[in-house]
Design a protein around this ligand. Sequence first.
Ligand code: MIC
Ligand code: SF4
Length: 637
Amino acid sequence: MNIAQKLISKHLIDGKMEIGAEIALKIDQTLTQDATGTMAYLQFEAMKIKKVKTKLSVSYIDHNTLQSGFENADDHKFLQTIAAKYGIVFSPAGNGICHQVHLERFGEPGASLIGADSHTPTAGALCMLAFGAGGLDIAAAMAGAPFYITMPKIVRVNLKGALKGWASSKDIILEILRLLTVKGGRGAIFEFSGEGVKTLSVPQRAVITNMGAELGATTSLFPSDEITKDFLTRQGRQHTWLQIEADSDAHYDEEITVDLASLEPLISLPHSPDNVKKAKEVRGIKVDQVCIGSCTNSSLSDMLLISEVLKGKRINKNVSFTVSPGSRQVLSMLSSIGALTPIIESGARLLECACGPCIGMGQSPKSAGISVRTFNRSFEGRSGTKDALVYLASPQTAIATALSGEICCPNEYFGGDAPKIALSNKFYIDDNQFIMPAADSGKIEIIRGPNIKPLPNFEPLPDNLTLPVVLKTADNITTDHIIPAGSKVLPFRSNLPKISEFTFGAIDKDFVERAKSAKSSIIIGGENYGQGSSREHAAMAVRFLGIRIILVKSFARIHLANLINFGILPLTFENVADYDLVNLNDILVFENLAGSLKGNIPLYAKTPKGAISLKYDLTERQKDIVFAGGFLNTMRN
Ligand code: MIC
Ligand code: SF4
């Protein structure tokens, strides 16, 4: 078996490990963050379970940390009291970014993890079976239910040789994105092997598994080897280590090879992570901002590298330079060994250990500003400035750019090889920063400020529907298009009526009014609809506005699961060319929906240009959820 098969079979509760079949997995750990956590826990409460049934559940505060009104602080207090009551570890604001902290303090080789955040596969660097999911799936797992996915194909990524010059692990994943695009990983687990694996530390591996999310991959995995053991030992957690490698005769469904020695520093151009070029091909573009951090590149080694490079240097005076260490552990280690000083003296604006600019929580660039970031997403408007141009690159490329004031290749700017970063054997470990669940949880009162609004009830899906098309989108629509992030919208993650007012605002400012006046309606979309973030608000808000069916060329995995969970029927075109036959404001008629789906008979929609045939790729379990009006209704029933 390959590693993915070993981990899946270890957690398999139901289903066959055949590509395309639905499988149910036992979940050992869950994580949430504050932007998705409020909904996840409201849903968990609705399940009326006394204590979480997982081995470990952690609730992180890392996204909505700017408190420019009462809303975010209300959410934090709600999350803290919920955690204490239901047996969840609470990681308060300032403690660090969920994926970075989870890797340091909780990740375990061989265990399974689902997180209400699309970058949860970061933990695959420790050989955890880790998936991003919607909040409702996390709530269900905390209640002891299995997690359902479609059995993916397993792609072997053969890493040949070793990195040279200033190339880094970020360039490995940017190269794979260049080759495969943001759709290229759908329905796949990427399993890394080959001699190159032995040259990468756990934090370097984590850069790759983290950005596997940008490929649309189900998850990514590295073996658990001596390097993993070394990382866990520094973290004082060697007892959690176990060796996990693929069998020598393991079978893979597909294979790609990346030659590390031939990689040069790369950069991803606006507005899609797969728009990748060599950094030297775009050299000379003047930049306004450089940001180092995010769950992709905020580890101690990344920070030590920039500190080393910055010694005695000053950032270009036209560049606003921000640094967000990934965790309190990273920040504290930097400060105790004096590595923070060169960063501060270079002119950096030191930010909190949190997502910050990555999710538009401050540091929006100036109008039409150019920002080079070590992050993982560059979607239009995500930075908080609609016309900003965001480039994604490694800390090596970003720091050369910050010093020179224009995009440049670190191989050309510095020459030679990047400094080798030695890590100390003793890491700063202070788990007192976590708030452990209360022993006497019965007495805990859950505090709900005015920003915490109750969950709405969604009705079952009718059998016959006449629906106007209220929106027709292009390919690769992200959940950032559907429900934007940023400091103005994120505070309403626990307030569905309010956040729904922002739905699709960036691409069609009349959408909300149109949907409201239609009452019941349909959206038409292209390929890879709903890629990116796991935010279930992108399904909930749409359902709240009356959308009953979404008909597209293809869906992204997590969003598809979220649509089902909230009772929206996801359909695809039998012939993708039929996409051209349907237009905004057309009326589509659907008859005998339940009868057709449950009887597995062909489904059609009547359109002004005639009938078109539709596909529904749903299991019986999923059909029941959709027709009941969502997962919570099936539980209540
Ligand atoms: C993101 O990077 O888009 C987020 C913000 O972390 C999201 C979760 C969210 O929308 O809250 C994600 O990746 O799932
Ligand atoms: Fe936070 Fe950005 Fe990572 Fe999402 S991608 S978890 S916003 S740092």
